[in-house]
Design a protein around this ligand. Sequence first.
Ligand code: NI
Length: 185
Amino acid sequence: MTLPIYTYGQPVLRKVAQDIPLDYPNLKQLIADMFETMYKSDGVGLAAPQIGKAIRLIVITLDPLKEEFPEYADFNRAFINPHIVEYDDTETEALEEGCLSLPGIHEPVRRPKRILARWVDEDLQPHEEWVEGYLARVMQHEIDHLDGKVFTDRIAPLRKQLVKGKLNALQRGKINCAYRVKPLR
Ligand code: NI
C-alpha cells in the first residue's frame, strides 16, 4: 500500500524517533509499504517519520544508480533501529540532495564520506559497519530524519536564506509534486 508522504512543516519530521522492539506489530508489512511508497515517488530513501511514524526505520534503494555504480544493482534494504556511531571527518564532500518531504528543493550538502553505523537488517541480524560512498550519503540523510533534521538544516547560511521562501510555501501547503502528500494544512 502506498502511503502519503508528510511534508515540511509536519511536526513528526522534527521529533527524535525511537528504537522499536524487533517484534513491532506488522513490521514486515510496514517495511513493504515504505518500499512501495519510495519506489512510486522515485525516491532513493524513505524514513518512517516521512510517513508519520516517529520510529527508527528507514528503507533505501540504490538500484536507480546502477548505471554509474554497478555494485548497487538490486540494492534494496531496510535498516531497523539505525544509528550513526561515528563520523569520519577526515574527508567531506558537498553533493546535491533532495527530499520527498521537501519537493522542489535541491541543494548541495557537505557531509563526511565515511560513517560507522549500526542497525538491524530485515532478517533481524545486527550490524556495525563502516559505510562509504553513496550509501553513506543516503544513510546520513535518512538517519538525520530520525533525529528530527532535514537536509536544509545543513546547507550554507546564504543558501538557507535563498530557500526560505520555498520552505515557507511548503509549510503553508503550497506543494506541487507527482506523489501523494500530507501537508500540515
Ligand atoms: Ni529526506
